[in-house]
Design a protein around this ligand. Structure first.
Ligand code: TEU
Ligand code: CA
Length: 550
């Protein structure tokens, strides 16, 4: 079967975490008008699809991933009228907008939950999961993604409710047909406004194993995969969403896939599955998460990363599809985690960009990657905002971990690394706000900011722009067969992309070392793109990236 050609396979996604993108009214919080002000900047990069993290009404326990009204724009971000202006501005520039759909759970301040918790016989009681405790404690031993039990006791009705995330994010009960109807109405509301699709938050979690039995599994990643994700009715629910809503619009859907392994990926995105278009799988992002998660780290390296990319390529075949990304609002800055954000920050950022834009999958770029923003090194817990960080700080320090030890873990693995304000220029607060930012700006903003990269034709920004245009010109980099040519050197990523339209070789040195690069096959190709100056054909400089074409 020939691979199907689709716009959402060819186009490039740019993720905006609006709270940290650009503040237009001086309250220290990024907003919709702030995004509108930067639409030409985004267009200049050459990306096509903007994925907007949640902008709905929310108490912000998890920065908008706890929604209290799916039909309302949070006043901090602006008004529905301003949203309409944003959508028009995006469409007028030939770009598309996908919204973040968070329907595994709502906020506990959603009207549904306020009714549900009010009494045992409230008509909305089973919009959520309520259970009696066991042996004086929660119904089972399930843990939240964000520490502690996944159950919260509610004294009013003497029952516990399920929350796989914070206790202000109660899980919705998709078993209840009324819940599904409510969610399908939400989808239709936003699709009828003209948006171009959805990123579906933790979609593999929406079907629960209703026996709610204790788990004996050791590592949290295993619990996510085998207990929380891929439940008995997950495909029934997503397929129903497709049949009832999604198929009636020319849109794209991408499922965020904690727990979706390569072995079940095709069940969600196979071309004939009538479910989702693609997955943000998290296998490479969860690398390094030890038994208790990211703050219980284990070592890993490029061999594990490349093995996962091979496994997912093989699993998808020509039928399924994934997105290729190396960071988002939940994971550290890609140049800090996978590159070298000190001596070779620019070179490694460009090298990693080359990887993202030459593998098979829809490339997704997180805000700030195009200017080479790095992790932060806040050294006080008060500097952090992320509920995940604060919950685990309490949990680990209460077990005796010195606070300074936890802080160094947060500096490496915490989500606020990617949530500091975008660094627009070298004025106060990096030009993000005229007020006090909701989270401090990275202190390196004078050296790293958009104004500087836009003035430098050799900057990371223009390398992304060049690669994006190159990928669009050569669709072989989207659809072509991918093959690793030689993996004898663990520091090199050496692969081809080939189909009837083109024949490319990509050669990446993802290390701080010089490497020999005299591969006979290259004599048949000409060098099209190189991320740095180097006229030594047979030697690769640290973090050098080359694209050859026949
Ligand atoms: O993330 C789900 C998820 O897997 C995250 O919990 C992430 O992997 C975790 O931080 C790793 O430790 C989605 C959203 O992207 C995230 O921002 C939300 O906090 C979460 O769901 C709950 O909505
Ligand atoms: Ca604002």
């Amino acid at each position: 079967m020939p691979i199907e050609r689709k716009w959402w396979k060819e186009e490039v996604i740019y993720q905006i975490y609006p709270r940290s993108f650009n503040d237009s009214n001086g309250d220290g919080i990024g907003d919709i008008n702030g995004v509108i002000q930067k639409l030409d900047y985004i267009k200049e990069l050459g990306v096509d699809i903007i994925w907007m993290s949640p902008i709905y009404q929310s108490p912000n326990d998890d920065n908008g991933y706890d929604i209290s009204d799916y039909y309302a724009i949070h006043p901090e971000f602006g008004t529905m009228k301003e949203f309409d202006t944003l959508l028009k501005g995006i469409h007028d520039r030939g770009m598309r907008l996908i919204m973040d759909l968070v329907v595994n759970h709502s906020s506990d301040e959603h009207a549904w939950f306020e009714e549900s918790r009010s009494s045992l016989d409230n008509p909305k009681r089973d919009y959520y999961f309520w259970k009696k405790g066991k042996n004086g404690g929660p119904p089972n031993n399930w843990k939240s993604f964000f520490g502690g039990s996944a159950w919260e006791y509610d004294s009013k009705t003497d029952e516990y409710f399920l929350h796989l995330f914070t206790k202000k994010q109660p899980d919705l009960n998709w078993e209840n047909p009324k819940v599904k109807e409510e969610i399908f109405d939400i989808l239709k509301f936003w699709l009828d406004k003209g948006i171009d699709g959805f990123r579906m938050d933790v979609i593999p979690l929406i079907s629960k194993r209703l026996d709610f039995s204790d788990t004996e599994l050791g590592s949290f990643n295993e619990v996510v995969e085998k207990v929380y994700s891929n439940g008995p009715k997950v495909h029934e629910y997503i397929n129903e969403m497709y049949e009832r809503v999604l198929q009636h619009y020319d849109i794209m859907t991408v499922g965020e896939g904690p727990g979706i392994s390569k072995d079940v990926g095709l069940n969600y995105v196979g071309h004939d599955r009538r479910e989702l278009n693609m997955i943000f799988h998290l296998d490479h992002m969860f690398l390094g998460h030890g038994p208790r998660g990211k703050f219980d780290p284990v070592s890993y390296g490029w061999p594990e990363i490349k093995k996962l990319f091979q496994e997912w390529y093989d699993a998808m075949g020509d039928s399924g599809w994934i997105s290729i990304f190396l960071d988002n609002h939940d994971f550290p800055r890609l140049v800090s985690r996978f590159g070298n954000d000190t001596v070779y920050r620019v070179e490694s950022a460009k090298c990693l960009a080359t990887m993202i834009l030459t593998l098979r999958g829809t490339a997704c770029i997180y805000q700030g990657s195009e200017i080479g923003m790095t992790n932060v090194d806040f050294d006080k817990i008060e500097d952090y905002r992320d509920v995940e960080t604060h919950n685990f700080y309490k949990e680990f320090t209460s077990e005796g971990m010195p606070p300074s030890d936890f802080i160094s873990l947060v500096q490496q693995h915490g989500r606020d690394n990617v949530r500091t304000p975008i660094q627009w220029n070298e004025t106060k607060h990096a030009g993000f706000t005229d007020g006090t930012p909701w989270i401090s700006v990275n202190t390196n903003y004078r050296e790293i900011n958009a104004e500087k990269v836009l003035a430098d034709k050799n900057s990371i920004f223009y390398w992304y722009k060049t690669l994006i245009a190159y990928r669009k010109e050569h669709k072989t980099l989207v659809y072509g067969e991918w093959k690793v040519l030689d993996d004898s050197n663990p520091d090199l990523y050496f692969y081809s992309r080939k189909d009837e339209e083109g024949d490319f070789i990509i050669l990446l040195n993802h290390s701080d070392l010089h490497h020999e690069a005299s591969f006979d096959i290259l004599s048949e190709y000409s060098l099209d793109l190189q991320n740095l100056e180097n006229d030594m054909v047979d030697i690769l400089l640290p973090w050098e990236a080359r694209i050859y074409r026949k």
